[in-house]
Design a binder for this molecule. Sequence first.
Ligand code: KIV
Ligand code: ZN
Length: 527
Amino acid sequence: MMGTFLEEITVDDFETNQEKVYIFDTTLRDAEQTPGAALGIQEKLEIAKHLAKLNVDVIEAGFPISSPGDFDAVQRIANEVEGPEICALSRVVEKDITAAWKAIQDAPRARIHTFVGTSTIHMERITRTTPERTLEMAVDAVAYAKSLCADHPDATVEFSPMDAGRTELAYLYEVVEATIAAGANVVNIPETVGWTVPAEFGGLIAGIKENVPNIDDAVISVHCHNDLGLAVANSLIAIEQGARQVECTINGLGERAGNTSLEEVVMAIRTRRDYFKAYYTDINTKEIVPISRRVSRTMGIPVQPNKAIVGENAFAHSSGIHQDGIIKSRVTFEIIDPKEIGWQTSQIILSPRSGRNALKHRLSELGYELDSEQLEKVYERFLRVADKKKAVHDADLEAIMSDEIRTVPATFELDYIQVVSGTKISPTTTVGIRTEEGIVENASTGDGPVDAAFKAINQIVKIKLNLIDYQIRSVTEGEDAIGEVTLKVQDNGHIITGHGASTDIIEASAKAYIHAVNKLIQLRSEG
Ligand code: KIV
Ligand code: ZN
Protein backbone atom coordinates (compact mmCIF):
# COMPACT_ATOMS: atom_id res chain seq x y z
CA MET A 1 0.00 0.00 0.00
CA MET A 2 1.22 3.52 -0.77
CA GLY A 3 1.50 4.76 2.77
CA THR A 4 -0.97 4.72 5.60
CA PHE A 5 -4.03 6.96 5.55
CA LEU A 6 -4.02 9.82 7.98
CA GLU A 7 -6.46 8.39 10.53
CA GLU A 8 -4.68 5.05 10.56
CA ILE A 9 -1.20 6.34 11.41
CA THR A 10 -0.14 4.88 14.76
CA VAL A 11 2.86 5.28 17.02
CA ASP A 12 4.45 2.34 15.24
CA ASP A 13 4.76 4.54 12.18
CA PHE A 14 7.30 6.74 13.91
CA GLU A 15 10.92 6.00 14.45
CA THR A 16 12.14 6.72 17.94
CA ASN A 17 15.32 8.40 16.73
CA GLN A 18 13.71 10.93 14.46
CA GLU A 19 16.07 13.55 13.09
CA LYS A 20 15.23 17.20 12.86
CA VAL A 21 15.12 18.97 9.51
CA TYR A 22 16.06 22.61 10.10
CA ILE A 23 13.90 25.17 8.35
CA PHE A 24 15.86 28.15 7.02
CA ASP A 25 13.50 30.84 5.78
CA THR A 26 14.75 33.19 3.09
CA THR A 27 11.52 35.10 2.40
CA LEU A 28 13.18 38.35 3.48
CA ARG A 29 16.20 37.81 1.23
CA ASP A 30 15.55 35.60 -1.81
CA ALA A 31 11.81 36.36 -2.04
CA GLU A 32 12.32 40.04 -1.36
CA GLN A 33 14.38 40.17 -4.58
CA THR A 34 11.17 39.41 -6.56
CA PRO A 35 10.10 42.44 -8.65
CA GLY A 36 7.50 44.41 -6.73
CA ALA A 37 8.14 42.60 -3.45
CA ALA A 38 10.56 45.16 -1.99
CA LEU A 39 9.66 45.91 1.63
CA GLY A 40 10.35 48.73 4.04
CA ILE A 41 12.19 48.11 7.32
CA GLN A 42 9.05 48.00 9.44
CA GLU A 43 7.39 45.55 7.08
CA LYS A 44 10.44 43.28 7.21
CA LEU A 45 10.46 43.45 10.98
CA GLU A 46 6.78 42.49 11.21
CA ILE A 47 7.28 39.53 8.89
CA ALA A 48 10.38 38.44 10.82
CA LYS A 49 8.37 38.49 14.07
CA HIS A 50 5.72 36.36 12.42
CA LEU A 51 8.40 33.95 11.16
CA ALA A 52 9.57 33.61 14.77
CA LYS A 53 5.99 32.69 15.74
CA LEU A 54 6.02 30.11 12.97
CA ASN A 55 9.14 28.81 14.73
CA VAL A 56 11.52 28.68 11.80
CA ASP A 57 15.07 27.80 12.83
CA VAL A 58 16.86 30.45 10.79
CA ILE A 59 15.71 33.74 9.28
CA GLU A 60 17.84 34.99 6.40
CA ALA A 61 17.08 38.64 7.02
CA GLY A 62 18.82 40.23 4.04
CA PHE A 63 22.01 41.17 2.23
CA PRO A 64 23.46 44.02 4.33
CA ILE A 65 26.04 45.29 1.84
CA SER A 66 23.37 45.74 -0.84
CA SER A 67 21.96 49.00 0.60
CA PRO A 68 21.89 51.03 3.84
CA GLY A 69 18.18 50.17 4.10
CA ASP A 70 18.89 46.45 3.95
CA PHE A 71 21.68 46.81 6.51
CA ASP A 72 19.34 48.60 8.93
CA ALA A 73 16.57 46.05 8.42
CA VAL A 74 18.91 43.11 9.13
CA GLN A 75 20.31 44.90 12.17
CA ARG A 76 16.86 45.64 13.60
CA ILE A 77 15.72 42.06 13.04
CA ALA A 78 18.90 40.80 14.73
CA ASN A 79 18.29 43.08 17.71
CA GLU A 80 14.53 42.74 18.04
CA VAL A 81 13.41 39.32 16.89
CA GLU A 82 13.66 36.57 19.47
CA GLY A 83 14.01 32.86 18.82
CA PRO A 84 15.42 31.99 15.40
CA GLU A 85 19.05 32.32 14.39
CA ILE A 86 19.42 35.51 12.30
CA CYS A 87 21.42 35.16 9.11
CA ALA A 88 22.94 37.76 6.79
CA LEU A 89 24.11 37.09 3.24
CA SER A 90 27.44 38.15 1.75
CA ARG A 91 29.50 37.49 -1.33
CA VAL A 92 32.98 36.06 -0.70
CA VAL A 93 34.25 39.62 -0.39
CA GLU A 94 35.74 41.08 2.78
CA LYS A 95 33.61 44.23 2.86
CA ASP A 96 30.41 42.19 2.38
CA ILE A 97 31.31 39.82 5.20
CA THR A 98 32.25 42.70 7.51
CA ALA A 99 28.90 44.40 6.82
CA ALA A 100 27.00 41.14 7.34
CA TRP A 101 28.67 40.58 10.66
CA LYS A 102 28.17 44.18 11.82
CA ALA A 103 24.46 43.84 11.12
CA ILE A 104 23.94 40.60 13.05
CA GLN A 105 26.61 40.55 15.72
CA ASP A 106 24.20 41.48 18.52
CA ALA A 107 21.73 38.69 17.77
CA PRO A 108 21.79 35.98 20.44
CA ARG A 109 22.22 33.47 17.59
CA ALA A 110 23.86 34.74 14.43
CA ARG A 111 24.91 33.33 11.08
CA ILE A 112 27.02 34.66 8.22
CA HIS A 113 26.11 33.10 4.87
CA THR A 114 28.73 33.58 2.20
CA PHE A 115 28.48 32.39 -1.39
CA VAL A 116 30.26 32.24 -4.73
CA GLY A 117 29.36 30.68 -8.08
CA THR A 118 31.24 27.41 -8.68
CA SER A 119 29.79 26.23 -11.99
CA THR A 120 31.91 26.81 -15.08
CA ILE A 121 29.20 29.08 -16.49
CA HIS A 122 29.26 31.29 -13.38
CA MET A 123 33.05 31.34 -13.01
CA GLU A 124 33.63 32.15 -16.70
CA ARG A 125 30.78 34.60 -17.20
CA ILE A 126 30.14 36.26 -13.84
CA THR A 127 33.17 36.26 -11.58
CA ARG A 128 35.62 35.64 -14.45
CA THR A 129 37.85 33.67 -12.15
CA THR A 130 39.60 30.32 -12.41
CA PRO A 131 38.42 27.35 -10.34
CA GLU A 132 41.61 27.63 -8.26
CA ARG A 133 40.99 31.29 -7.48
CA THR A 134 37.32 30.67 -6.72
CA LEU A 135 38.28 27.94 -4.26
CA GLU A 136 40.78 30.26 -2.62
CA MET A 137 38.20 33.06 -2.32
CA ALA A 138 35.66 30.66 -0.79
CA VAL A 139 38.12 29.35 1.79
CA ASP A 140 39.38 32.83 2.68
CA ALA A 141 35.81 34.09 3.05
CA VAL A 142 34.82 31.29 5.39
CA ALA A 143 37.99 31.72 7.43
CA TYR A 144 37.43 35.47 7.67
CA ALA A 145 33.77 35.04 8.66
CA LYS A 146 34.82 32.48 11.25
CA SER A 147 37.42 34.88 12.70
CA LEU A 148 34.80 37.64 13.06
CA CYS A 149 32.41 35.52 15.06
CA ALA A 150 35.02 33.71 17.14
CA ASP A 151 34.03 35.48 20.37
CA HIS A 152 30.29 35.24 19.86
CA PRO A 153 28.64 32.62 22.09
CA ASP A 154 26.43 31.21 19.35
CA ALA A 155 27.43 32.09 15.79
CA THR A 156 27.78 29.91 12.73
CA VAL A 157 29.11 30.24 9.19
CA GLU A 158 27.32 28.88 6.15
CA PHE A 159 28.91 28.52 2.74
CA SER A 160 27.10 28.13 -0.61
CA PRO A 161 28.74 27.05 -3.87
CA MET A 162 26.18 28.86 -6.05
CA ASP A 163 24.83 26.91 -9.03
CA ALA A 164 25.98 23.65 -7.41
CA GLY A 165 23.47 21.76 -9.58
CA ARG A 166 25.58 22.62 -12.65
CA THR A 167 28.99 22.46 -10.96
CA GLU A 168 31.48 19.84 -12.02
CA LEU A 169 31.21 17.12 -9.35
CA ALA A 170 34.87 16.56 -8.45
CA TYR A 171 35.30 20.34 -8.10
CA LEU A 172 32.16 20.63 -5.98
CA TYR A 173 33.46 17.96 -3.59
CA GLU A 174 36.77 19.78 -3.35
CA VAL A 175 35.11 23.13 -2.58
CA VAL A 176 32.79 21.59 0.02
CA GLU A 177 35.66 19.78 1.73
CA ALA A 178 37.89 22.86 1.78
CA THR A 179 35.22 25.20 3.14
CA ILE A 180 34.30 22.74 5.89
CA ALA A 181 37.99 22.50 6.75
CA ALA A 182 38.08 26.32 6.90
CA GLY A 183 35.27 26.28 9.48
CA ALA A 184 31.91 26.26 7.67
CA ASN A 185 29.28 24.80 10.00
CA VAL A 186 26.70 24.48 7.24
CA VAL A 187 27.32 23.75 3.56
CA ASN A 188 24.38 24.75 1.46
CA ILE A 189 23.94 23.14 -1.95
CA PRO A 190 22.04 25.65 -4.10
CA GLU A 191 20.06 24.45 -7.08
CA THR A 192 20.23 28.04 -8.23
CA VAL A 193 18.55 27.66 -11.61
CA GLY A 194 16.23 24.71 -10.88
CA TRP A 195 18.06 22.55 -13.43
CA THR A 196 18.21 19.09 -11.88
CA VAL A 197 15.41 16.56 -11.52
CA PRO A 198 14.81 14.78 -8.19
CA ALA A 199 16.73 11.54 -8.85
CA GLU A 200 19.73 13.58 -10.02
CA PHE A 201 19.61 16.03 -7.13
CA GLY A 202 19.23 13.19 -4.62
CA GLY A 203 22.26 11.58 -6.26
CA LEU A 204 24.18 14.84 -5.94
CA ILE A 205 23.58 14.96 -2.19
CA ALA A 206 24.40 11.25 -1.82
CA GLY A 207 27.61 11.86 -3.78
CA ILE A 208 28.61 14.68 -1.43
CA LYS A 209 27.96 12.41 1.57
CA GLU A 210 30.09 9.70 0.03
CA ASN A 211 32.95 11.69 -1.45
CA VAL A 212 33.61 14.53 0.99
CA PRO A 213 35.69 13.02 3.80
CA ASN A 214 34.85 15.67 6.45
CA ILE A 215 31.14 16.02 5.53
CA ASP A 216 30.01 14.92 8.99
CA ASP A 217 31.59 18.05 10.46
CA ALA A 218 28.89 20.20 8.81
CA VAL A 219 25.16 20.22 8.25
CA ILE A 220 24.14 19.73 4.63
CA SER A 221 21.57 22.28 3.51
CA VAL A 222 19.72 22.59 0.21
CA HIS A 223 18.37 25.68 -1.55
CA CYS A 224 16.25 24.75 -4.56
CA HIS A 225 14.71 27.03 -7.16
CA ASN A 226 11.51 26.16 -8.93
CA ASP A 227 12.20 26.80 -12.61
CA LEU A 228 10.90 23.35 -13.54
CA GLY A 229 8.43 23.16 -10.65
CA LEU A 230 10.71 20.67 -8.86
CA ALA A 231 11.99 22.68 -5.89
CA VAL A 232 9.92 20.87 -3.25
CA ALA A 233 10.53 17.42 -4.78
CA ASN A 234 14.27 18.12 -4.95
CA SER A 235 14.33 19.29 -1.33
CA LEU A 236 12.46 16.21 -0.12
CA ILE A 237 14.75 13.76 -1.89
CA ALA A 238 17.74 15.68 -0.57
CA ILE A 239 16.50 15.09 2.98
CA GLU A 240 16.33 11.38 2.30
CA GLN A 241 19.92 11.51 1.09
CA GLY A 242 21.28 13.34 4.13
CA ALA A 243 20.35 17.03 3.98
CA ARG A 244 19.21 18.34 7.36
CA GLN A 245 18.44 21.95 6.48
CA VAL A 246 16.00 23.14 3.84
CA GLU A 247 16.07 26.72 2.60
CA CYS A 248 12.63 27.86 1.61
CA THR A 249 10.21 30.77 1.46
CA ILE A 250 6.60 31.50 2.36
CA ASN A 251 4.32 30.84 -0.63
CA GLY A 252 7.40 29.61 -2.55
CA LEU A 253 8.23 33.18 -3.54
CA GLY A 254 11.69 34.02 -4.80
CA GLU A 255 13.80 34.79 -7.84
CA ARG A 256 12.00 33.93 -11.12
CA ALA A 257 9.74 30.90 -10.49
CA GLY A 258 10.58 31.04 -6.82
CA ASN A 259 12.13 28.84 -4.17
CA THR A 260 11.06 25.73 -2.28
CA SER A 261 7.76 26.52 -0.65
CA LEU A 262 8.06 26.30 3.14
CA GLU A 263 4.47 25.23 3.66
CA GLU A 264 4.69 22.44 1.08
CA VAL A 265 7.91 20.91 2.34
CA VAL A 266 6.85 21.11 5.99
CA MET A 267 3.39 19.67 5.34
CA ALA A 268 4.77 16.89 3.13
CA ILE A 269 6.99 15.74 6.00
CA ARG A 270 4.17 16.06 8.50
CA THR A 271 1.28 14.68 6.45
CA ARG A 272 3.28 11.76 5.09
CA ARG A 273 4.83 11.00 8.44
CA ASP A 274 4.33 7.32 7.67
CA TYR A 275 6.81 7.78 4.79
CA PHE A 276 9.11 10.47 6.23
CA LYS A 277 9.05 8.65 9.56
CA ALA A 278 12.67 9.40 10.37
CA TYR A 279 12.26 13.19 10.17
CA TYR A 280 10.43 16.07 11.75
CA THR A 281 10.46 19.86 11.71
CA ASP A 282 9.72 22.21 14.58
CA ILE A 283 7.34 24.40 12.57
CA ASN A 284 4.23 25.62 14.35
CA THR A 285 1.95 24.66 11.47
CA LYS A 286 -1.03 26.64 12.80
CA GLU A 287 0.79 29.80 11.67
CA ILE A 288 1.13 28.64 8.06
CA VAL A 289 -2.05 30.16 6.64
CA PRO A 290 -1.83 33.40 8.65
CA ILE A 291 1.76 34.06 7.54
CA SER A 292 0.99 33.09 3.96
CA ARG A 293 -1.79 35.71 3.85
CA ARG A 294 0.40 38.30 5.50
CA VAL A 295 3.36 37.82 3.13
CA SER A 296 1.06 37.83 0.12
CA ARG A 297 -0.55 41.11 1.19
CA THR A 298 2.64 42.82 2.29
CA MET A 299 4.56 41.88 -0.85
CA GLY A 300 1.52 42.47 -3.08
CA ILE A 301 1.82 39.02 -4.68
CA PRO A 302 -1.45 37.06 -4.67
CA VAL A 303 -1.34 33.33 -3.96
CA GLN A 304 -2.54 31.32 -6.95
CA PRO A 305 -5.94 29.79 -6.04
CA ASN A 306 -4.85 26.19 -6.66
CA LYS A 307 -1.56 26.54 -4.76
CA ALA A 308 -0.96 23.51 -2.53
CA ILE A 309 -1.62 24.04 1.19
CA VAL A 310 -2.41 27.77 1.15
CA GLY A 311 -4.31 28.46 -2.09
CA GLU A 312 -7.92 29.63 -1.84
CA ASN A 313 -9.10 26.33 -3.37
CA ALA A 314 -6.81 24.01 -1.43
CA PHE A 315 -9.75 22.85 0.70
CA ALA A 316 -12.64 23.68 -1.62
CA HIS A 317 -14.67 20.74 -2.90
CA SER A 318 -16.88 21.48 -5.86
CA SER A 319 -17.94 18.24 -7.53
CA GLY A 320 -21.03 16.54 -6.12
CA ILE A 321 -19.20 13.26 -5.50
CA HIS A 322 -16.44 15.04 -3.58
CA GLN A 323 -18.89 17.09 -1.51
CA ASP A 324 -20.84 13.98 -0.67
CA GLY A 325 -17.64 12.19 0.36
CA ILE A 326 -16.48 15.08 2.56
CA ILE A 327 -19.83 15.21 4.33
CA LYS A 328 -19.63 11.47 5.05
CA SER A 329 -15.99 11.58 6.16
CA ARG A 330 -13.46 14.38 5.73
CA VAL A 331 -10.56 12.06 4.93
CA THR A 332 -12.25 10.80 1.75
CA PHE A 333 -10.95 13.81 -0.16
CA GLU A 334 -8.79 15.76 2.31
CA ILE A 335 -5.34 14.58 3.32
CA ILE A 336 -4.70 17.51 5.65
CA ASP A 337 -6.97 18.78 8.37
CA PRO A 338 -7.21 22.50 7.49
CA LYS A 339 -7.21 23.35 11.20
CA GLU A 340 -3.64 21.98 11.44
CA ILE A 341 -2.38 24.83 9.27
CA GLY A 342 -4.46 27.57 10.85
CA TRP A 343 -7.17 27.53 8.20
CA GLN A 344 -10.29 28.77 9.92
CA THR A 345 -13.10 26.48 8.86
CA SER A 346 -15.53 27.58 11.51
CA GLN A 347 -14.76 31.27 11.39
CA ILE A 348 -15.81 33.44 14.27
CA ILE A 349 -17.80 36.14 12.53
CA LEU A 350 -17.69 39.47 14.28
CA SER A 351 -20.63 41.86 14.26
CA PRO A 352 -21.30 45.50 15.28
CA ARG A 353 -21.95 44.17 18.80
CA SER A 354 -18.46 42.65 19.11
CA GLY A 355 -16.25 44.45 21.60
CA ARG A 356 -12.59 45.39 21.53
CA ASN A 357 -11.58 42.19 23.30
CA ALA A 358 -13.25 39.94 20.75
CA LEU A 359 -11.61 41.91 17.96
CA LYS A 360 -8.20 41.82 19.64
CA HIS A 361 -8.49 38.08 20.28
CA ARG A 362 -9.46 37.30 16.70
CA LEU A 363 -6.69 39.50 15.29
CA SER A 364 -4.18 37.80 17.52
CA GLU A 365 -5.33 34.42 16.16
CA LEU A 366 -4.73 35.80 12.69
CA GLY A 367 -1.17 36.74 13.69
CA TYR A 368 -1.58 40.46 14.47
CA GLU A 369 -0.55 41.76 17.90
CA LEU A 370 -1.75 45.33 18.47
CA ASP A 371 -0.86 47.89 21.10
CA SER A 372 -3.75 49.84 22.62
CA GLU A 373 -3.40 52.82 20.27
CA GLN A 374 -3.44 50.58 17.20
CA LEU A 375 -6.38 48.60 18.59
CA GLU A 376 -8.39 51.80 19.03
CA LYS A 377 -7.72 52.82 15.42
CA VAL A 378 -8.60 49.41 14.05
CA TYR A 379 -11.68 49.12 16.29
CA GLU A 380 -13.06 52.41 14.98
CA ARG A 381 -12.62 51.24 11.41
CA PHE A 382 -14.04 47.81 12.29
CA LEU A 383 -17.22 49.41 13.65
CA ARG A 384 -17.69 51.44 10.47
CA VAL A 385 -17.35 48.28 8.36
CA ALA A 386 -19.50 46.21 10.75
CA ASP A 387 -22.27 48.82 10.62
CA LYS A 388 -22.36 48.53 6.85
CA LYS A 389 -21.80 44.79 6.53
CA LYS A 390 -23.27 43.40 9.76
CA ALA A 391 -21.02 40.31 9.56
CA VAL A 392 -17.25 40.87 9.50
CA HIS A 393 -15.24 37.88 8.26
CA ASP A 394 -11.53 37.12 8.68
CA ALA A 395 -10.85 38.31 5.14
CA ASP A 396 -12.45 41.68 6.00
CA LEU A 397 -10.30 41.92 9.11
CA GLU A 398 -7.14 41.20 7.13
CA ALA A 399 -8.09 43.89 4.62
CA ILE A 400 -8.73 46.37 7.44
CA MET A 401 -5.40 45.47 9.01
CA SER A 402 -3.39 45.93 5.86
CA ASP A 403 -5.11 49.27 5.38
CA GLU A 404 -5.02 50.67 8.90
CA ILE A 405 -1.80 49.38 10.38
CA ARG A 406 0.65 50.85 8.00
CA THR A 407 4.25 49.91 8.47
CA VAL A 408 5.34 52.93 6.45
CA PRO A 409 5.13 56.45 7.88
CA ALA A 410 1.97 58.21 6.64
CA THR A 411 3.58 61.27 5.04
CA PHE A 412 0.25 61.69 3.23
CA GLU A 413 -3.14 60.36 4.28
CA LEU A 414 -6.49 60.46 2.53
CA ASP A 415 -8.96 62.54 4.51
CA TYR A 416 -11.90 62.64 2.10
CA ILE A 417 -12.80 61.97 -1.50
CA GLN A 418 -15.70 63.13 -3.69
CA VAL A 419 -16.53 61.98 -7.17
CA VAL A 420 -18.70 63.53 -9.87
CA SER A 421 -19.18 61.10 -12.70
CA GLY A 422 -21.68 60.15 -15.38
CA THR A 423 -22.01 59.12 -19.02
CA LYS A 424 -22.03 62.63 -20.49
CA ILE A 425 -19.58 64.51 -18.29
CA SER A 426 -15.88 64.07 -17.71
CA PRO A 427 -15.38 62.45 -14.34
CA THR A 428 -13.98 64.78 -11.70
CA THR A 429 -12.51 63.60 -8.43
CA THR A 430 -11.74 65.87 -5.50
CA VAL A 431 -9.40 64.66 -2.77
CA GLY A 432 -8.52 66.09 0.61
CA ILE A 433 -5.14 64.89 1.78
CA ARG A 434 -3.66 65.26 5.23
CA THR A 435 -0.09 66.58 4.96
CA GLU A 436 2.41 68.14 7.36
CA GLU A 437 0.87 71.53 6.50
CA GLY A 438 -2.69 70.40 7.18
CA ILE A 439 -5.39 69.20 4.80
CA VAL A 440 -4.75 70.10 1.15
CA GLU A 441 -7.57 69.83 -1.39
CA ASN A 442 -7.27 69.34 -5.12
CA ALA A 443 -9.60 68.30 -7.95
CA SER A 444 -8.86 66.83 -11.34
CA THR A 445 -10.64 65.31 -14.31
CA GLY A 446 -9.45 62.05 -15.87
CA ASP A 447 -10.29 59.03 -18.02
CA GLY A 448 -12.42 57.76 -15.19
CA PRO A 449 -12.91 58.64 -11.52
CA VAL A 450 -9.92 56.51 -10.46
CA ASP A 451 -7.61 58.14 -13.02
CA ALA A 452 -8.94 61.54 -11.92
CA ALA A 453 -8.21 60.67 -8.28
CA PHE A 454 -4.62 59.69 -9.11
CA LYS A 455 -4.09 62.92 -11.06
CA ALA A 456 -5.49 64.99 -8.20
CA ILE A 457 -3.18 63.20 -5.73
CA ASN A 458 -0.11 63.65 -7.98
CA GLN A 459 -0.45 67.43 -7.81
CA ILE A 460 -0.56 67.42 -4.01
CA VAL A 461 2.25 64.95 -3.32
CA LYS A 462 4.38 66.42 -6.15
CA ILE A 463 5.42 62.93 -7.24
CA LYS A 464 4.16 61.41 -10.44
CA LEU A 465 4.00 57.65 -10.15
CA ASN A 466 4.43 55.37 -13.12
CA LEU A 467 1.54 52.94 -12.65
CA ILE A 468 2.30 49.49 -14.09
CA ASP A 469 -0.38 47.30 -12.55
CA TYR A 470 -3.76 47.84 -10.93
CA GLN A 471 -5.93 45.08 -9.49
CA ILE A 472 -9.14 45.15 -7.58
CA ARG A 473 -10.78 42.26 -5.83
CA SER A 474 -13.68 41.81 -3.56
CA VAL A 475 -12.58 40.50 -0.18
CA THR A 476 -15.86 38.76 0.63
CA GLU A 477 -19.06 38.22 -1.28
CA GLY A 478 -22.05 40.54 -1.55
CA GLU A 479 -22.83 44.10 -2.60
CA ASP A 480 -21.46 45.54 0.62
CA ALA A 481 -18.14 43.67 0.35
CA ILE A 482 -14.83 45.39 1.01
CA GLY A 483 -12.95 46.04 -2.23
CA GLU A 484 -9.20 45.70 -2.00
CA VAL A 485 -6.96 47.47 -4.49
CA THR A 486 -3.36 46.39 -5.06
CA LEU A 487 -1.33 48.44 -7.47
CA LYS A 488 2.28 48.52 -8.53
CA VAL A 489 4.31 51.52 -9.55
CA GLN A 490 7.79 51.75 -10.99
CA ASP A 491 10.42 54.19 -9.82
CA ASN A 492 14.05 54.15 -10.84
CA GLY A 493 14.20 50.39 -11.37
CA HIS A 494 12.21 49.66 -8.18
CA ILE A 495 8.70 48.29 -8.23
CA ILE A 496 6.57 49.39 -5.29
CA THR A 497 3.28 47.91 -4.19
CA GLY A 498 0.42 49.91 -2.68
CA HIS A 499 -2.71 48.61 -0.96
CA GLY A 500 -6.02 50.16 -0.08
CA ALA A 501 -9.30 48.74 1.16
CA SER A 502 -12.77 50.21 1.42
CA THR A 503 -16.37 49.39 0.65
CA ASP A 504 -15.98 52.19 -1.97
CA ILE A 505 -13.56 51.20 -4.74
CA ILE A 506 -12.57 54.76 -5.69
CA GLU A 507 -11.60 55.40 -2.08
CA ALA A 508 -9.73 52.05 -1.98
CA SER A 509 -7.86 53.06 -5.15
CA ALA A 510 -6.89 56.48 -3.77
CA LYS A 511 -5.68 54.87 -0.54
CA ALA A 512 -3.60 52.31 -2.46
CA TYR A 513 -2.03 55.09 -4.53
CA ILE A 514 -1.19 57.17 -1.46
CA HIS A 515 0.21 54.05 0.24
CA ALA A 516 2.56 53.57 -2.75
CA VAL A 517 3.60 57.25 -2.53
CA ASN A 518 4.39 56.87 1.18
CA LYS A 519 6.35 53.68 0.53
CA LEU A 520 8.33 55.35 -2.21
CA ILE A 521 9.20 58.28 0.07
CA GLN A 522 10.33 55.83 2.75
CA LEU A 523 12.40 53.69 0.36
CA ARG A 524 14.10 56.81 -1.01
CA SER A 525 14.94 57.92 2.52
CA GLU A 526 16.30 54.45 3.44
CA GLY A 527 18.64 54.60 0.44
O1 KIV B 1 19.92 30.65 -5.51
C1 KIV B 1 21.03 30.80 -4.96
O2 KIV B 1 22.04 30.18 -5.35
C2 KIV B 1 21.12 31.71 -3.85
C3 KIV B 1 22.42 31.71 -3.10
C4 KIV B 1 22.79 33.08 -2.64
C5 KIV B 1 22.35 30.73 -1.99
O3 KIV B 1 20.16 32.38 -3.51
ZN1 ZN C 1 18.28 31.53 -4.36
